[in-house]
Design a protein around this ligand. Structure first.
Ligand code: 5GP
Ligand code: ZN
Length: 112
């Protein structure tokens, strides 16, 4: 299910362009528009949900699917030397887009 007003749902529908690096029926991975590392990808489920705190069985399956795919996608994008995954939850984390996404950061040695 997509949300008509959600930015990342618009990216999934192709209404907003993005630099896609992987797509299948359940997930999409594209380049972050404002990269915080040399490589900064966003992995999103094609089912819209806002927050990690809205987790349920179906959403957990979506997230599990994404986590299983990430190592291969990371490898294909030059991250053999390592990478960091981040999910921002809510205001204190600075979440700005309310469609669950996993940040994939790498391509350089990351500071903490
Ligand atoms: P958050 O802070 O919600 O965890 O992360 C949202 C991310 O989405 C940010 O890193 C931001 O740069 C990225 N972003 C926001 N708008 C767009 C967009 O239109 N296209 C792409 N590719 N990334 C976006
Ligand atoms: Zn959405």
């Amino acid at each position: 299910m997509l949300d008509k007003d959600c930015l990342f749902c618009k990216i999934i529908r192709g209404e907003i362009p993005s630099a896609k690096v992987y797509e299948d029926e359940k997930m999409l991975v594209f380049k972050d528009i404002e990269p915080k590392a040399k490589v900064h990808l966003l992995a999103i489920p094609k089912n819209h949900f806002k927050l990690l705190s809205e987790m349920d069985e179906d959403r957990a399956e979506d997230l599990k699917y994404i986590l299983k795919k990430i190592p291969q996608i990371a490898k294909e994008n030059g991250l053999e030397n390592g990478y960091r995954l981040i999910i921002n939850q809510g205001d204190d984390a600075g979440q700005t887009v309310f469609h669950l996404h996993v940040h994939i950061l790498g391509g350089e040695v990351l500071g903490w």
